[in-house]
Design a protein around this ligand. Structure first.
Ligand SMILES: C[S@@+](CC[C@H](N)C(=O)[O-])C[C@H]1O[C@@H](n2cnc3c(N)ncnc32)[C@H](O)[C@@H]1O
Length: 268
């Protein structure tokens, strides 16, 4: 697993661990470097179920894409996309509704390297990639490709999946999410997953320490703090719940084995 020769694509710093590449390592991808694997392994030492958690998070993305298409959503804004992991959001949405349009946003150069894979769209739909930072929401919302892709008279499915923990409280992620929420048309949806120490405080504290020891920002947040990201939008059933239990495909043996809160809300 991982890049054997450790050759870095342009703009990619392989001396500093990056969340996208660590996550790729947990998911069994090849776009990670020794520095990422070292932190990824230290976090697995703290949370043995880390790979399971990453997989449960991906399954949530697929269920949300399916359900939002079912609710009539045909435009998706996915911020914090990560290195492509098939099926990606546009693949799930376009399989069900080929005319779906998806705009992906990430700030990591390695994700940019893979942007082409994310932009292979169905003929009827469209898939775009924007290199931008969630801490600068204007740069996302004013982007020409985003404006060309979306019809702001129609609702949008905004997905912030496993990204908000990478913003420190000092970056006021609640304000940043509120800026995105405010720009969304009525009838839009917001889907979030966020790691938490609520289910296994010791394991999660150790994992956070492993990340911060490697100079990464990683913040686990409690249920109330995660709920605040949804503002006054109306939560869909079953509310803000452990990620594996949000509309699962079948019975879930250990509901709290993946330490993420997950929920979806609708803009009135
Ligand atoms: C853990 S990955 C999650 C990937 C995907 N959303 C998923 O859940 O499968 C987090 C992603 O967020 C991106 N990211 C982190 N901080 C960001 C920021 N401030 N702006 C945009 N993207 C960011 C990282 O580069 C990484 O690709």
């Amino acid at each position: 697993m991982g890049r054997g020769n450790e050759a870095a694509p342009p703009g990619v710093n392989i001396n500093v661990p990056h969340s996208a590449r660590i996550y790729d390592y947990w998911l069994g991808g090849k776009d990670n470097f020794a520095v990422d694997r070292a932190v990824g392994e230290a976090m697995i030492q703290a949370i043995p179920g880390m790979r399971y958690m990453a997989g449960e998070n991906r399954k949530f993305v697929h269920r949300v894409a399916r359900d939002l298409v079912g609710l009539g959503i045909r435009q998706f804004l996915d911020v914090g996309t990560g290195i492509p992991t098939s099926p990606n959001l546009h693949e799930v949405a376009q399989r069900l509704a080929p005319e779906s349009r998806v705009v992906y946003v990430d700030n990591d150069p390695i994700v940019l390297v893979h942007a082409r894979a994310l932009m292979i769209s169905s003929e009827q739909g469209r898939s775009e990639y924007i290199s931008a930072d969630l801490r600068d929401t204007e740069s996302i919302l004013d982007d020409k490709d985003l404006r060309d892709t979306f019809d702001f008279d129609e609702p949008i499915g905004l997905t912030l999946i496993a990204i908000l923990m990478l913003l420190a409280d000092a970056d006021d992620p609640w304000a940043r999410v509120a800026e995105l929420r405010d720009a969304m048309p009525s009838g839009s949806y917001l889907a979030i997953t966020h790691p938490t120490a609520d289910f296994a405080p010791d394991e999660v504290d150790q994992a956070v320490s492993a990340a911060t020891d490697a100079s990464m920002t990683l913040v686990a947040r409690d249920r109330a703090a995660v709920q605040r990201f949804f503002g006054d939008w109306q939560m869909l059933e079953p509310g803000l719940v452990p990620v594996s239990t949000w509309r699962p495909a079948g019975p879930v043996e250990k509901p709290e084995a993946a330490y993420y809160w997950a929920g979806v809300a609708r803009k009135p």
